[in-house]
Design a protein around this ligand. Structure first.
Ligand code: NDP
Ligand code: OXD
Length: 321
């Protein structure tokens, strides 16, 4: 049987994510299926049944009349959701343990960094100053995670094992052992009120855009050992109002921030985030996933789908994630 061809449309990403490397990987895992790295003048659009994409241009996917499934090469599909011409076929996102565990590493690292006063201690080291401060136990700190999906749930469980008090907030009700779960707009105040370190692992949708703003920061707990609440955002840059974050760091509404994502990426050289003493910044690599794992995941799903099986991790277009 002539297997439907796979088109690769990959824009941006690190060196490891170069389009040519993706082509080599997919050639390696797709057996006798044709894999096209686009744009390629020889490719007949009608031959394409599957597309594996990262930040394709708007309208690019509408060119394939026989498309059956779109695979997004990352977890967040916000860049695709804004494409009004996106073909109405299943859109599958990445949810693999490699990505999940790397995100948990990032969250644990940054929660511990603030909890263990690392910014203060590194400043002391630079100044050759021996000035220990009181250190409190993990159980004194409440970490609140916005987004209790694949990533948020795993991070919550890891933090709970370290002894933090952990709560989470999602759209629908959840039950996670040892984690206090809140949901919906009706419970967000109760969630924020008990949160000392706020971790954002939400997807970007019309409902969540700019959710991280002054109004929300002002409702976080101000009575913890940390002195002032801390923000950690590894979801998407457009979840945050960046002017509000800077103003809240300056006036003490926030005591610190770890940011992995920004409204504009790469972060412009003149952004105050680069030099702000209360900001720990990373270049959108909180969970830089193993690309070999991703290509195997896509190839496996295509085989399964062609054998009549169900696709995994299909995005709900109505929810936008
Ligand atoms: P999931 O879809 O598994 O989880 C999303 C969670 O957010 C769910 O718990 C969902 O609630 C909740 N949620 C969505 N909308 C709302 C809302 N309006 N109010 C309250 N809760 C809401 O996604 P993942 O955990 O896999 O990934 C989350 C995001 O992380 C991605 O969309 C992406 O933007 C980002 N990401 C960033 C990376 C990085 O390197 N910085 C790497 C990978 C992902 P419910 O459970 O009720 O549906
Ligand atoms: C993703 C990301 O969504 O890398 O997977 O941000």
């Amino acid at each position: 049987m002539n297997k439907g061809a796979l088109a690769l449309l990959v824009h941006g990403g690190t060196e490891n994510w170069s389009p040519e490397r993706w082509k080599l990987r997919f050639d390696g895992v797709c057996g006798d299926r044709r894999v096209w790295l686009l744009p390629n003048g020889d490719c007949d659009p009608a031959e394409i049944h599957y597309a594996a994409v990262w930040k394709p241009a708007q309208g690019e996917l509408a060119a394939f009349p026989n498309l059956r499934v779109i695979f997004n090469l990352g977890a967040g599909v916000d860049a695709l959701m804004v494409d009004t011409s996106l073909p109405k076929v299943p859109l599958v996102r990445i949810a693999v343990s490699d990505l999940t565990f790397r995100m948990t590493e990032y969250v644990v690292l940054h929660v511990l960094m603030h909890h263990r006063q690392e910014l203060y201690l590194r400043a002391c080291q630079r100044e050759k100053r021996w000035a220990p401060k009181v250190q409190w136990p993990a159980s004194a700190i409440s970490v609140g995670i916005m987004g209790l999906g694949t990533l948020g749930t795993n991070a919550a469980e890891a933090l709970r094992h370290l002894g933090f008090r952990v709560s989470g907030w999602s759209r629908s009700a959840k039950e996670i052992a040892g984690v206090e779960c809140f949901h919906g707009n009706g419970q967000i105040d109760a969630f924020l009120r008990r949160t000392d370190i706020l971790v954002c692992l939400l997807p970007l949708t019309p409902d969540t855009r700019h959710i991280l703003n002054r109004g929300l920061f002002a409702r976080l707990n101000r009575n913890s050992s940390l002195g002032a609440p801390v923000l950690i955002n590894a979801g998407r840059g457009a979840l945050q109002n960046e002017a509000d974050i800077l103003a809240c760091l300056d006036d003490g509404t926030l005591g610190g921030a770890s940011l992995d994502v920004y409204a504009m990426e790469p972060l412009p050289a003149d952004s105050r985030f680069w030099t702000h003493p209360k900001v720990v910044l990373t270049p959108h690599n909180a969970a830089d996933t193993d690309a070999d794992e991703i290509s195997k995941y896509v190839a496996r799903q295509i085989e399964h789908f062609e054998a009549g099986g169900a696709l995994e991790n299909v995005v709900d277009p109505a929810r936008g994630y």
